[in-house]
Design a protein around this ligand. Structure first.
Ligand SMILES: *Cc1c(COP(=O)(O)O)cnc(C)c1O
Length: 431
């Protein structure tokens, strides 16, 4: 039986000095109950908490650790760069190399602007789309998360969905009135919004594979339909690849699903665990960003040399060895097959959604294709499943509305360990 003494006392202390004891809400375990684990260190596929317990990690820092924790080339790159100072506030060769590397790995990208988070990338992309088209409104999808900028906190996924927050205090009507929302996978609803707001919509922003309501896949023709509508109506198609970028393929969802974006946003993998984001796209649009154009966008630490070094070390490895993606896909399929066998064998209602190394188990009888069907899955079973796995040394995202992320340091023994832990947990749930 695991001991959580240190995590418990740290959480007590944390709540005194940090709101809710955490610096990002989902970490608090509020929706699953119990004490969040305070992590001491991580290596490869394993996390070690403050009590010295080891966990097989399926969060990967919410995505970035695609090749496992403390990946040597990344650590070495950070150490080497840190010796030269941590920031200059002036251009560096590293930023040029990073932009060139991103362009070489991904389709439809002429220019890249680095920022410090996925939130910043998405809010900048919307501003750019508005500035470029001269229109104000944009369409997003229920259950998708694009960071915590005011205009995105309407029917948002991730923590907003996890905590069931209907309306976020502090977000003004002014900030949210230009946000139009459609159900995921509902092309007709999008067409209706476009017809109702003729020549008012600047952009459609979407997670090409949703991960913030759990993993939800785009149905056949859906993204293609959005592409067509955007082209016809002079709207900018923004693929939010903060999760999927460099994870589903080196060219992200654009490559994996053969869908062309006008603008793309990145985060997570692109920074290898340092605070990084980027937005990128066609030259014609990107040229509206300052200092070339007047769409203002800036950042004291944007393109930070430590972050560029870390991100580049990871992206170079992924670029040089695309077999990481087929290995990850094979491991995820193996996990899925194992879990499906366990759940089906015990007669527990479930639907597993997966693409590449993103996967979610929904305790649902019906297929999960949008936020409504994700929200209809059984939250109580998820809680039990989560805690059953946790106490057996497997660390899942502490919310039913999140994708799990596999990393390529996971071995097949780790996957078997996980499947066995799931089997024991399910037996416990049924008793
Ligand atoms: C995580 C995430 C964001 C926000 O990124 P932060 O770095 O947390 O600000 C935006 N979009 C998607 C799809 C994400 O998964």
């Amino acid at each position: 039986m695991y001991e959580y003494t240190s995590s418990k006392s740290l959480f007590e202390r944390a709540q005194q000095s940090i709101p809710g004891g955490v610096n990002s809400p989902v970490r608090a375990f509020k929706s699953v109950g119990g004490t969040p684990l305070f992590i001491e260190k991580a290596e490869g596929a394993y996390l070690y908490d403050a009590d010295g317990n080891r966990y097989v990690d399926y969060i990967a820092s919410w995505g970035p650790m695609i090749l496992g924790h403390a990946y040597r080339p990344v650590i070495e790159a950070i150490k080497k760069q840190a010796e030269k100072s941590t920031s200059f506030g002036a251009p560096t060769a590293l930023e040029v190399e990073m932009a060139e590397l991103i362009r070489s790995m991904t389709p439809n990208i002429d220019q890249v602007r680095m920022v410090n988070s996925g939130t910043e990338a998405c809010m900048s992309a919307i501003r750019l789309a508005r500035g470029y088209t001269g229109k104000n409104k944009f369409i997003k999808f229920e259950g998708c998360y694009h960071g915590h900028a005011d205009m995105f906190l309407v029917k948002a996924g991730s923590g907003v969905a996890t905590f069931g927050i209907q309306e976020v205090p502090g977000v003004t009507k002014g900030a949210s009135q230009d946000t139009l929302v459609a159900p995921y996978n509902d092309l007709e609803a999008v067409k209706q919004l476009v017809a109702d707001h003729k020549n008012e919509i600047a952009a459609i922003i979407i997670e090409p594979v949703a991960g913030n309501m759990g993993c939800v896949l785009p149905e056949k023709g859906f993204l293609e339909g959005l592409r067509k509508v955007c082209t016809q109506e002079n709207m900018v198609l923004i693929l939010d690849e903060v999760m999927t970028g460099f994870r589903l393929a080196k060219g992200g969802a654009q490559e994996k699903l053969k869908i062309d974006a006008d603008l793309v946003t990145y985060g997570k993998v692109i920074g290898a665990g340092l605070p990084v984001g980027a937005f990128a796209g066609r030259r014609e649009i990107m040229q509206h960003i300052s200092p070339v154009g007047n769409v203002y966008q800036a950042g004291t630490l944007s393109g930070n040399p430590l972050a560029m070094s870390a991100g580049m070390a990871l992206l170079k490895e992924l670029n040089a060895h695309p077999e990481h993606y087929s290995e990850l896909e094979a491991k995820t399929t193996y996990l899925r097959t194992g879990l499906e066998k366990v759940l089906a064998g015990m007669g527990i209602d479930h639907k597993i959604n997966h693409l590449g190394s993103m996967i979610t188990v929904f305790f649902s009888k019906a297929p999960v294709t949008d936020f409504a069907s994700a929200a209809a899955a059984c939250g109580e079973t998820f809680k039990k499943f989560f805690h059953g796995l946790l106490k057996r040394g497997v660390y899942l995202p502490p919310s039913a509305f999140e994708s799990w992320f596999l990393n390529n340091a996971l071995t097949y023994d780790d996957l078997d360990f996980t499947i066995n832990a799931a089997a024991e947990t399910c037996r416990e749930i049924l008793n």
